[in-house]
Unconditional design. Structure first.
Length: 307
């Protein structure tokens, strides 16, 4: 298939949709981003890469980082991780507090904020220090993207910390239920730093290859997790990767995917390729409006779907 031609077609068709929606203004540093931007990248397991738009422009990966910390924690804790965080869709917004109270401080899944905070907490405990844990997170992201220059944007994490009342509430609530080992503020701070990782669609699509290939990077041969663990991460992406719009994403796109409020979305076609799309204006669920549509078009045109 001529993937470049498919991407070019999508790029032309998506133009009227760019800027529709709203950038994530609850994080002041993100409210300044130009909503008209768009990029789409894919890379096959053989390393053939195709791009359109601003594919080298870095943006804030935000919740896409939850995928990488989930991988690290699953590798360390294996099944015992699920004693602290579930694998059910939440059906609630990403930062909801209500369900957490009802369910005694055990988050539904690793991709809502509460679940991601528990995962980050588990990494801080394992590495016995928040800086060391963050070094491991950055190191892992650099390895899977095969790019040692990747870093985070302190302006974004500081801006989020200054306004992080809701995430701090989630962390304190879980602490009160004994589902957080470390100081809530330290956990939230580390979580905001991982969310502030700055990457392009080119780098993110590359970073997804281990999940397309049973946990081993097909280009470097590095083994990160086992095939069963990879299947589980992909399953949780499919069912929980887009918050309360996860059903809709599975229905329209039908690929394991994870979105972030920076407007990025990553997805995998198991056995075939890593995908990343970016456009900062979000729909009412906090997922990229044009990005979601572009992925839908990609699946329609390429016929690549897990269903
Ligand atoms: N850092 C964001 C928050 O915690 C991530 C949300 C997202 O990307 O969905 O609110």
């Amino acid at each position: 298939m001529d993937y470049q031609a498919v991407l070019e077609e999508i790029y032309a068709e998506i133009q009227p949709e760019l800027g529709r929606g709203k950038v994530a203004d609850y994080i002041p540093a993100l409210s300044k981003v130009d909503p008209q931007q768009f990029a789409f990248s894919i890379i096959t397991e053989k390393g053939e890469a195709y791009h359109v738009g601003d594919a080298q422009k870095n943006f804030s990966i935000q919740s896409i980082s939850k995928l990488f910390t989930f991988t690290l924690a699953l590798d360390i804790y294996s099944k015992s991780l699920y004693e602290r965080v579930g694998v059910e869709p939440s059906g609630t917004p990403f930062n909801s507090l209500v369900q957490l109270e009802y369910e005694h401080g055990k988050p539904r899944n690793p991709f809502i904020n509460a679940g991601a905070l528990v995962i980050t907490d588990s990494l801080i405990s394992h590495y016995q220090d928040d800086y060391k844990a963050f070094e491991k997170i950055i190191g892992f992201i650099r390895d899977i993207a095969d790019d040692q220059s990747i870093s985070f944007d302190p302006e974004v994490s500081t801006s989020e910390m200054e306004n992080g009342y809701r995430n701090l509430s989630l962390a304190h609530l879980m602490k009160s239920f004994d589902n957080l080992d470390n100081d809530p503020r330290t956990v939230v701070q580390t979580y905001f730093k991982q969310c502030a990782m700055s990457m392009s669609t080119e780098k993110l699509s590359r970073a997804m290859l281990y999940l397309a290939n049973g946990g081993t990077d097909p280009l470097t041969g590095k083994k990160y997790i086992t095939p069963p663990q990879t299947r589980r991460i992909n399953a949780v992406m499919l069912t929980c990767g887009h918050y309360d719009a996860s059903g809709e994403f599975a229905f329209h796109v039908g690929l394991p995917g994870k979105s972030g409020v920076g407007g990025g979305i990553v997805a995998v076609v198991p056995g075939k390729m890593g995908i990343s799309v970016w456009s900062p204006a979000l729909n009412k669920y906090g997922n990229s409006h044009a990005g979601t549509l572009a992925l839908q078009k990609f699946v329609e045109k390429s016929g690549l779907s897990i269903f």
